[in-house]
Design a binder for this molecule. Sequence first.
Ligand SMILES: O=C1O[C@H](COP(=O)(O)O)[C@@H](O)[C@H](O)[C@H]1O
Length: 241
Amino acid sequence: MPLHIHPTIEATLHDLADYFVGKAREAITARGRFVVALSGGSSPKKLYELLASSSYRDQIAWPEVYFFFGDERNVPRTDPQSNYLMAKTALLAPLGIADDHIFAFRTELAPTAAAAAYTTEINAFFSPKPARFDLVLLGLGDNSHTASLFPHTEVLRATTAEVQAVFVPEVDMYRLTFTAPLINQARAVAFLVFGADKAAAVRRVRQGPRNAEEFPAQLIMPSAGERRWFLDAPAAADLAG
Ligand SMILES: O=C1O[C@H](COP(=O)(O)O)[C@@H](O)[C@H](O)[C@H]1O
């Protein structure tokens, strides 16, 4: 079922954590490793803490897991806005994940150089095959952005599976982000969204008229993979049907 709606945030997080475990086991059995791109922002921290908790930490062979980031703020890794810092604190450090299994953006470089370096790193990791993540975790902003695909930015028009730097006037900073074609090569994509302030965005992205310039998350449609939404009831409240 592509739409997972739960009465509480906690139930939503547990469902997504179970899904994460299932995808990890499936990938490790089939290919010997699980390659995941983490999301940032305000929503996923609780998910990462749950995965690192005693309820989940023994359910996955963590040494077989490789961590990338679907987007990043162009800030040092020590900055409170850093997606890497959040994931490191909530998930990677508590699980003792080895540094060579964590692929962070090189934000000490200029934005375009950092994006190009990350594209190179991703392609080298998957070489000789095309980059295909087992799972890409995503959030959704109340303006319908996902990853750092913000409304009316140039990166929305990307046709290549790569990482790009984009200046986002509404947050007044550079972001580094997977393009939609790169996300859409994934085997699975999971959105985690909660809260009433996201309800309109969820409705517009799922049921609104097609307008990816306004609602960039509409671009996310894996070409040969699955797309699932994990929502709490307030985030799903405006959906019809
Ligand atoms: O996919 C993502 O979505 C968020 C928006 O989520 P929010 O919880 O911060 O509203 C985005 O900013 C984040 O970096 C990204 O990975």
